[in-house]
Ligand binder design. Structure first.
Ligand code: 5AD
Ligand code: SF4
Length: 464
């Protein structure tokens, strides 16, 4: 198959598969953007592509293993294509590329290009070299040139907006060095983009029909970008500026560190209506002993007090978090302290993981690693509690009216799915097509574990 005889035959094609976090989603779109001037268009399956890039995640074990198994399939595809006289360039980008480097080409010699997250703007140059028969390339430097400045201007990006919601990376890297985490090694030191660049990108997104922007950064509330007057702007300041852009009706940010929640940001939660009342604020553990071993730089009490201050600023805010169970040396008592913290804070939603030793991180060298059975058992108990809280939160929404941004189609033809201010999925049946991309009021009829069902508020008013 394929358009060999069509007008498209000379176009070259790129397929990028994304693993992991939202920043990888953003980066994958930018890789497509940087290849566009060289004549590449995006396709949605590897069979149709001249270049396949796996944009990888290294945060937990399974993500890396999935990459290696995918490379096995791509090896077969490359062989098949080469039998037909076609070439296929295979690249591995993202955090596995950064962490494993040369090892990837040793384990999977089919890979032509290994590219860390700070160098994807050089993709056209590397693909050019490979197309001219050059040897395989491994690039895991943290170059001094700013990759964001090298990207095509926002308004010229093919993949700028794919609907009414968009991600916008404002900060990258992390200096916190939690002892379990690879991010400071794979993404490097903290870097914040200048305010003007972010505002330009946000304006271009608004012009392209985006209504909701999620600001991204590995440690996004450590944002301290150049404000154009020689000072550093905080995230709270940036949010106020973004909220002033016509068309931008909703703002979110992720992921934050408790130590970087400053007064200006907390005040923004009280005063900026565009800032959605939902906050993902990872705590990881409720045990002070474990938090210290994790180098989290806060204890359980200070986290709880912080949540109280945030709720004082915005009482309706829904909290979310990340948790790790089975960190080296975690006792039953430590684990119970985590359950206690969850009961005290009350979460609308949360992510939880079994600790997985990441090569090169301090915690992976600890001797008192926990057996898999204990990790699994604790994860189950933790998720049962978080699940109860999530269901309770969703059920309590029944009967209320909330604004929903419709951005997906549902299972049936006439069903639309959107997002509530609290990031819940909201389904409505018999939805007019015209609602797509719109923010409208919905009456919630029922809350389930992972979603809400509602109806349009307008249908309440009986025509005269
Ligand atoms: N093991 C388990 N979970 C981890 N996370 C990060 N590193 C690890 C690890 N080594 C989790 C943390 C973090 C989220 C993005 O992934 O909870 O907040
Ligand atoms: Fe990793 Fe987040 Fe800790 Fe940074 S703050 S080291 S990204 S867990």
């Amino acid at each position: 198959m394929g358009p060999e005889n069509g007008p498209d035959a000379t176009r070259k094609k790129i397929f990028v598969k994304t693993y992991g976090c939202q920043m990888n989603v953003y980066d994958s779109a930018r890789m497509v953007d940087v290849m566009a001037p060289s004549g590449y268009t995006e396709v949605d399956q590897p069979e149709d592509a001249d270049i396949v890039i796996l944009n990888t995640c290294h945060i937990r074990e399974k993500a890396a293993e999935k990459v290696y198994s995918e490379l096995g399939c791509l090896r077969d595809l490359k062989k098949e294509k080469s039998g037909r006289g076609e070439n296929l360039v295979i690249g591995v980008a993202g955090c596995v590329a950064q962490a494993e480097g040369e090892e990837i080409r040793r384990r999977a010699p089919v890979v032509d290009l290994v590219l860390g997250p700070q160098t994807y703007h050089r993709l056209p140059e590397y693909v050019g070299r490979l197309s001219n028969g050059g040897p395989g390339i491994v690039e895991t430097d943290f170059p001094a040139d700013d990759k964001f400045e090298t990207l095509p201007a926002p308004e010229r990006r093919k993949t700028l907006a794919r609907g009414a919601t968009a991600f916008l990376t404002i900060q990258e890297g992390c200096d916190k060095f939690c002892t379990f985490c690879v991010v400071p090694y794979t993404r490097g030191a903290e870097f914040s983009r200048p305010v003007t660049r972010i505002l330009d990108e946000a304006r271009a997104l608004a012009d392209a029909g985006v209504r909701e922007i999620t600001l991204l950064g590995q440690n996004v509330n450590a944002y301290h970008g150049d404000d154009g007057k020689g000072a550093a702007a905080s995230l709270g300041h940036l949010i106020r500026r973004l909220a002033g852009i016509d068309g931008i009706e909703r703002l979110r940010y992720t992921t934050s560190h408790p130590r970087d929640m400053d007064d200006e940001l907390i005040a923004a939660h009280a005063e900026v209506p565009e800032l959605m009342p939902y906050l993902h604020l990872p705590v990881q553990s409720g045990s002070d002993r474990i938090l210290a071993a994790m180098n989290r730089r806060h204890d359980a009490e200070s986290y709880i007090r912080l949540v109280e201050r945030i709720r004082a600023a915005n009482p309706g805010i829904a909290m979310s978090s990340d948790f790790i169970v089975g960190f080296p040396g975690e006792t039953e008592q430590d684990f119970e302290a985590t359950l206690a913290l969850i009961r005290e804070v009350g979460y609308a939603q949360a992510y939880s993981f079994k600790y997985s030793p990441r090569p090169g991180t301090p915690a992976s060298a600890e001797e008192d690693q926990l057996p898999e059975e204990i990790k699994s058992e604790r994860l189950q108990r933790l998720q049962a509690l978080l699940g109860e809280q999530q269901i309770a939160f969703n059920r309590a929404c029944a009967g209320s009216t909330m604004s929903v941004l419709f951005d997906r189609r549902g299972r049936s033809e006439s069903q639309l799915v959107g997002r509530s201010p609290y990031l819940q999925s909201v389904h409505i049946d018999d939805a007019p097509e015209s609602l797509f991309g719109q923010i409208v009021d919905v009456v919630v009829e029922e809350g389930y574990r992972n979603s809400l069902r509602g109806r349009l508020l307008e249908t309440d008013s009986v025509p005269a």
